[in-house]
Write a protein that binds this ligand. Structure first.
Ligand SMILES: CC(C)(COP(=O)(O)OP(=O)(O)OC[C@H]1O[C@@H](n2cnc3c(N)ncnc32)[C@H](O)[C@@H]1OP(=O)(O)O)[C@@H](O)C(=O)NCCC(=O)NCCS
Length: 162
């Protein structure tokens, strides 16, 4: 399939979820989810740039016509970065985030990356638990990295070649 679509079968999901590459039509919904998820959200322009940048892996999780979540990552030489991940609040806890992260990690591995980095708010226990479940461990801290409210970022890293 040209849009990179893969169906995720997970008995904890209530609906069949497809992970595919994002398209222009998805952006308005992605921005809505982003605004519901972050105090300092990416703008529509930022997501549009991500879509236009071919080296970025911009994924969406969909069920029928509904966009449930998204992930933005990239792979440079052998190191990948997860830059953004969000799931619509009403669908959290149903393994949509895990499916997006698994796909982003798998795509980065296929692209030749051996590690993935990301940053997460120290207080973001849901995201930290998700990342820990996928093998991420803390390798650093950026003090006062986030705004609204000001908070440290933890730098996490996972190996992709295991
Ligand atoms: C973080 C986020 C993407 C997780 O997505 P999700 O679809 O709700 O998470 P999943 O259902 O895939 O959870 C996978 C695993 O993560 C952990 N987890 C997820 N949410 C959790 C919570 N609220 N509390 C504790 N652990 C949690 C669990 O280990 C879970 O596995 P389990 O259900 O088998 O126990 C979602 O909460 C979100 O969009 N948050 C706001 C945006 C955000 O913080 N993005 C990350 C920025 S770094």
């Amino acid at each position: 399939m040209g849009d990179g679509a893969r169906t995720v079968v997970d008995d904890r999901m209530t609906a069949q979820v497809v992970i595919r590459f994002a398209q222009g039509d998805d952006l308005a919904r992605v921005v809505e989810i982003e605004r519901a998820s972050f105090a300092d959200p990416w703008t529509l322009t930022a997501f549009r740039s991500a879509l236009e940048e071919e080296r970025l892996n911009f994924l969406v999780a969909t069920s029928g016509d509904a966009v449930l979540g998204y992930a933005v990552s990239w792979c440079v030489v052998d190191e990948a970065e997860l830059a953004n991940l969000g799931v619509v609040p009403a669908m959290r806890g149903q393994h949509v985030g895990a499916a997006l992260l698994d796909r982003a990690m798998g795509d980065a591995r296929i692209a030749g990356c051996t590690i993935m980095h990301l940053e997460v708010r120290e207080s973001n226990t849901a995201a930290r638990a998700l990342y820990e479940s996928r093998g991420f461990g803390m390798v650093g801290r950026r003090r006062r990295y986030y705004r609204h409210p000001v908070e440290d970022a933890l730098i996490l890293r996972a190996r992709l070649d295991r």
